[in-house]
Write a protein that binds this ligand. Structure first.
Ligand SMILES: [Zn+2]
Ligand SMILES: [Zn+2]
Length: 357
């Protein structure tokens, strides 16, 4: 089985032959047909979030089931499935309260992945990153980590439903709970921010503004439903009597953009932080403004998406032409093209490149 290994922090993606263990009783083997390169993969390849090495990264993938454990009932060999990097256990403190997206038992970024899912041909353990490791020809995952896909949704578009789209769409719909007639500002127009813009449009926002330094991304923001898109140094809400946005979604995750999100929300407004930020990046608020401005700020992990419920909803929105996926894909490359594709992703040149192992 071929896979793209990162041997050490900051190293390139190196496509090599690996061995993979057989599935356990409640696991399935998935032949990966499409895997998106998420910005988080680029961060993890540089050692962010405590990632260990060597590792096979990738957490946005779709494919076909090729083998199942003997206790697996809800998928069969040949089924098309989406991988989720939050295989909800269904029984932890959070899952029983409906917060499956923060399941306490999911495997985290940086986990060493025991028992060894992958090894080199010489027997050296290789970490299956985020428990998904989709930059590979096949993966072994728990049955909770796969969700059924219909035949009419192409694998390349499907892959995006594993991370970027539920994260952005969910930030607007699940976390911000955008209501008809509200004004929404989305900071950062990458694949997550553009999905948040689509979510705000679907939820009935009256005015949506995107913020991004790149002209191309601003143009795409307007194509996908923003009423306007501005550069970070431009005023997003210049009109007489404008009091600030009802909802601001930060899809960047920097202290500075989160502070900007706070400042752009109206008094009593809601701020959702969905960008994956750093542990060494503080955000400062005064005690007075937290009290006086009566704003609500909340985080949103994986778009606060309950995937078994939200995936069919996303597929119906795509079928109805209301959720656009193809526009988010810049390019499709083979596994051998992953190193160059990851470079394009890290410079912000690409929105989403999909690998077809
Ligand atoms: Zn991701
Ligand atoms: Zn759980």
């Amino acid at each position: 089985m071929r896979a793209a290994v990162v041997w050490s922090a900051g190293g390139a993606f190196d496509v090599v032959e690996l061995s993979q263990r057989a599935p356990g009783p409640r696991e399935v083997v998935v032949r990966i047909r499409a895997a998106g390169i998420c910005h988080t993969d680029v961060s993890l390849a540089h050692g962010a979030f405590g990632q260990g090495f060597p590792v096979v990264l990738g957490h946005e993938g779709a494919g076909e089931v090729t083998a199942i454990g003997d206790q697996v009932a809800h998928v069969a060999i040949g089924d098309r499935v989406l991988l989720t990097w939050v295989p909800a256990c269904g029984g932890c403190y959070h899952c029983v309260r409906g917060e499956t997206y923060i399941c306490a038992r999911r495997r985290r970024a940086g986990d060493t992945g025991a028992p060894a899912d992958l090894t080199t041909v010489d027997g050296e353990p290789v970490i299956a990153g985020m428990g998904t490791a989709t930059f590979a020809e096949q993966v072994v995952v728990p049955v909770e980590g796969v969700l059924p896909l219909p035949d009419d949704l192409p694998f390349e578009e499907s892959a995006l439903l594993g991370c970027a789209v539920p994260t952005g769409l969910g930030a607007a719909i699940n976390a911000a709970n955008v209501r008809p007639g509200e004004t929404v500002l989305v900071i950062g127009c990458g694949a997550v921010g553009l999905s948040a813009i689509q979510g705000a449009r679907i939820a009935g926002a009256a005015r949506i503004v995107g913020v991004d330094p790149q002209t191309r991304r601003r143009e795409l923001a307007v194509t996908l439903g923003a009423d306007a898109a501005v550069a970070p140094d431009e005023n997003p809400g210049a009109s007489d009597g404008f009091v600030g946005f009802d909802v601001v979604i930060d899809a960047v995750g920097h202290g500075s953009t989160i502070r900007s999100a706070w400042d752009s929300a109206r008094r009593g407004g809601r701020i959702v932080v969905v960008g994956a930020g750093g542990a060494d990046d503080p955000v400062t608020f005064t005690a007075l403004e937290l009290f006086h401005d009566e704003k609500t700020i909340r985080g949103s992990f994986y778009g606060s998406s309950h995937m078994t419920h939200d995936l069919p909803r996303m597929i119906e929105l795509w079928r109805g032409g209301r959720l656009r996926l193809r526009e988010l894909i810049d390019d499709v490359v083979t596994l051998d093209g992953i190193a160059a594709a990851a470079d394009r992703q890290s410079t912000g040149d690409a929105l989403r490149i999909v690998v077809t192992p």
